[in-house]
Design a protein around this ligand. Structure first.
Ligand code: 5AD
Ligand code: FES
Length: 365
């Protein structure tokens, strides 16, 4: 359960207030989060080259553009060479980590191929840290990925409320299974990232507050949160969304997460930029410290569209590399190339020096 001391120090109503802050209050909230980021994990921004290597998916999430029922999508799977070329690009661009992301497949051919690619990347590019984002798998498969050399794993919980989870997913999928996955990943020794979509259908402010408490409860090392953006070929599609509301809520979620989890890595996600031309910069100014430029070859980009108006669909990896670096300089933060940028929370966790607000020294993880 969520730590009692902590929840009594920071009340839910305080969290709700922070999430709804606008105007001056909001500026103060973001500044406080940015100050904590600067003091705790510095003004460095780390890069993760995102390789969307396959859009084949066995799942049918009600919000996702590459759900299996979307027949309008041309399915692809990059081969090993193409993936290694993309990783080589990341090395040249100075990205500290590559994220291999795909739709979900559980068959041995798929998972075995991932392990083999991870092994090859480790051999050819030993300085690059490998992050996987390939969905729910058996513990033995996660172990195989880890043993092949993958260090990090991203699996968003999407929502920490089991009833809400049911509203966003088909009946074959469950909150408890996803939770099991996060636990297994943690126990195996991965640096674990999770997160939620913000302003998703049926989501309440209380749920968002509980999401942050959930991140703390599972002791996540990395957080990735983006606004929910309707995709026209999905069951949850609605024509009009309040973009300003989604943007503000996502930025406040980032700020509040930084305040409550000072030493984690938090991504300024690309989805923010679908709502505002400077969405990712705003994410960084609200306390985020990681950026994930796309490294997917340009001819696949239009087939990996999880939400409408996805940015960078017609840009090359090189254009994105230059673009993000300029954006970081423009807001006076420090683009940090050629370092893996491990989550400080993870480093603290494995060296057992972990101090949390209201929690005292945490030696039990
Ligand atoms: N809007 C915003 N984010 C989405 N994702 C999937 N579909 C959407 C959407 N319509 C996010 C999910 C998933 C991540 C890879 O992309 O949170 O975990
Ligand atoms: Fe892709 Fe700016 S990051 S075009």
């Amino acid at each position: 359960m969520v730590n009692e001391t902590f929840t009594s120090n920071i009340s839910k109503s305080w969290m709700r207030e922070a999430l709804t802050a606008r105007g001056d209050e909001q500026r103060k909230l973001h500044q406080r989060a940015a100050d904590i980021r600067d003091k705790t994990v510095s003004r460095a921004v780390y890069f993760r080259g995102l390789i969307e290597f396959s859009n084949k998916c066995i799942n049918d999430c009600l919000y996702c553009g590459i759900r299996k029922s979307n027949n309008a999508v041309k399915r692809y799977m990059m081969d090993k060479e193409e993936i290694l070329d993309a990783v080589e690009f990341c090395e040249r661009a100075g990205y500290g980590s590559v994220v291999l992301q795909s739709g979900e497949q559980k068959n041995k051919k798929f998972t075995g191929l991932i392990s083999s690619i991870v092994g090859d990347i480790k051999k050819k590019f030993p300085k690059i840290s490998i992050t996987l984002c390939v969905g729910e798998q058996e513990k033995s498969v996660y172990q195989e990925f880890f043993d092949s050399g993958a260090e990090r794993y991203l699996l968003r919980i999407e929502t920490s409320n089991a009833e809400h989870y049911k509203k966003l997913h088909p009946k074959e999928m469950s909150f408890s299974e996803r939770y099991r996955c996060l636990n297994d990943l943690k126990n195996i020794g991965f640096q674990v990232g999770t997160g939620v979509m913000v302003n998703a259908p049926s989501q309440t402010l209380d749920m968002l507050a509980e999401d942050i408490l959930f991140f703390r409860e599972i002791d996540a090392d990395m957080i990735g949160m983006g606004p929910y953006i309707p995709h026209s070929k999905t069951p949850l599609y609605i024509t009009i969304i309040n973009k300003t509301e989604s943007l503000n809520l996502t930025l406040n979620m980032i700020a509040l997460t930084r305040i409550m989890m000072p030493d984690v890595n938090i991504a300024a996600t690309t989805a923010l930029q679908a709502l505002h031309p400077k969405g990712r910069e705003l994410g960084l100014l609200s306390g985020a410290n990681v950026i994930m430029p796309l490294v997917t070859p340009i001819h696949y980009r239009n087939n990996y569209v999880l939400y409408d108006d996805k940015p960078c669909r017609n840009e090359s990896s090189l254009q994105c590399a230059n673009c993000v670096t300029e954006r970081i300089y423009a807001i006076d933060l420090v683009p940090k190339h050629r370092v893996t940028g491990d989550s400080l929370h993870y480093i603290n966790r494995i060296t057992s020096h972990h101090v949390n607000e209201g929690k005292g020294v945490d030696n039990d993880s």
